[in-house]
Design a protein. Structure first.
Length: 468
């Protein structure tokens, strides 16, 4: 039995009735958070550009609008929007963002069939487990090599989830996973540009497409993982993966439960979050301001620093990956919020002046071993009167199920995100539907509320119709 056939059997065997309560609860958290950040991201330039290009009409809702597209195009647009703000959830196992590859594909497919909330949740958990189990086999060599696991591994989650929701056979599901192996892509070199969120739209579309092709009888190699020119050897290389980890301890516990979903408090790269937590603690505890701070030193894990050490910021997207910028904002504004990454906010001269005092360095005491903790940070501030103040954070608030964001914070985040495109009534109604998602007889009812509540269309019809 090959890996795709064994995975397919496990995906098909997963049902809503067999989910523990904790898996149900965390699935609803992931769905709520992802819907919110997708709505907020729908007005971002990258999502609007993709929407102008992806124009095939169909039944699937484009979030934040009243427009409907073909399944693949809707998954592409919504997937891009979901990651546009880099405000979506994370997974310590995946080394990336677990929900956004999966959910846009599922929402697009749910608009084509009578899928219930329970059907949807079971498919989501199946996809989540698929991508994170594959991640256990390849990380963190895969991550460090320069692949973007959200996309390279998320495509398997999307394909597995889509296959489950569509009711494909185990054989068809195995084929979808094998097709997805050839769809896998995404380079970290494109972090800080529009192409990073495009990675997500691309893999969500491709996951749905893999399942649709498999349903129609398309073929693919059953040994797409194990082959000498298969996924493991090509993406990681000999000696840099553990194939047995894919099936070992499947769903014992579910990865969505332990370590769980990491929900972001700040709309920027998750690798900056522990340093932001530490900085805000110092700001609040010691009444720090730009006027009384002489120097800031941020120590993070080398793996995290590799893409967040950006002393010079070139764009709003680039700012999301600059620990220097994020810490300067934390000191200057005593918070890090969506507006700090709008348009030309990164050019704020007050922030630029503080950034010049921020030094980022690899933490000397953090091991680079593949299984060593790597989600912490230490920030040291030297004040103008010579005091040296330090704060260490082992892991950012919300980063695991053992350290969750309070429900009030989660719902406040949703309201803030959704209000970018929905009227107040639709925000409240959608929040209620999401809180009781497992009771939905038809998932598309949520989309109906979202479409009806669009406060405005941010992209004009002529713009959408423009030839490309």
């Amino acid at each position: 039995m090959t890996i795709v056939t064994a995975l397919a059997e496990r995906i098909r065997a997963l049902s809503y009735d067999r989910l523990p309560d904790a898996a149900l609860d965390w699935a609803k958290v992931g769905i709520l958070d992802t819907v919110g950040v997708t709505l907020a991201g729908s007005v971002e330039p990258c999502a609007q550009i993709v929407r102008r290009v992806a124009t095939a009409p169909g039944p699937a809702l484009v979030f934040g609008t009243t427009a409907r597209l073909a399944v693949a195009d809707a998954a592409l647009v919504n997937g891009t929007a979901s990651h546009a703000l880099d405000f979506d959830d994370c997974s310590n196992t995946l080394g990336g963002h677990p929900s956004v590859p999966v959910l846009p594909a599922l929402f697009a497919l749910a608009d084509t069939r009578a899928a219930s909330g329970r059907d949807f949740i079971a498919a989501y958990v199946a996809g989540f487990e698929t991508e994170t189990r594959i991640a256990r086999a390849v990380n963190f060599h895969h991550y460090d090599k320069g692949w973007h696991p959200t996309a390279t591994l998320g495509v398997f989650g999307a394909a597995g989830a889509a296959s489950h929701l569509m009711g494909l056979t185990a054989e068809q599901t195995a084929t979808a996973l094998a097709i997805a192996a050839s769809f896998s892509s995404g380079l970290k070199a494109n972090f800080g540009t529009m192409t990073k969120p495009l990675h997500v739209g691309h893999c969500s579309r491709n996951g749905a497409m893999a399942a649709l092709l498999a349903r129609e009888g398309f073929t693919a190699s059953a040994d797409a993982f194990e082959h000498r020119q298969g996924f493991f050897e090509v993406f990681n290389g000999a000696g840099n993966y553990d194939a047995d980890a894919v099936l070992r301890d499947w769903a014992e516990p579910f990865d969505i439960v332990t370590p769980g979903i990491a929900i972001k408090r700040y709309p920027c790269c998750g690798s900056t979050h522990p340093a932001i937590d530490a900085m805000l603690d110092l700001v609040d505890t010691h009444a720090l301001t730009p006027d009384n701070v002489a120097r800031i030193v941020s120590w993070t894990h080398p793996r995290r620093l590799a893409h967040t050490n950006r002393p010079t910021v070139r764009s709003a997207l680039d700012a999301k990956f600059s620990v220097q910028y994020c810490l300067a904002r934390a000191l200057t504004d005593r918070q890090v919020v969506l507006s700090h990454f709008d348009d030309g906010a990164y050019l704020d001269p007050r922030v630029a002046e503080v950034m010049a005092r921020v030094e980022a360095a690899p933490h000397p005491d953090m091991s680079t071993a593949s299984n060593a903790p790597h989600f912490g940070a230490e920030v040291t501030v030297t004040t103008t009167d010579g005091r040296r103040l330090s704060k260490s954070i082992d892991i950012a608030l919300g980063r695991t199920s053992a350290n969750p964001l309070p429900r009030t914070v989660l719902e406040a985040k949703y309201r803030d995100c959704a209000a970018r495109v929905l009227d107040a009534d639709a925000v409240a109604r959608s929040l209620d539907l999401l809180a009781n998602f497992e009771k939905l007889e038809r998932v598309s009812a949520l989309g109906d509320v979202l479409a009806a509540g669009c406060a405005s269309e941010r992209v004009s019809a002529p713009a959408l119709a423009r030839a490309v």
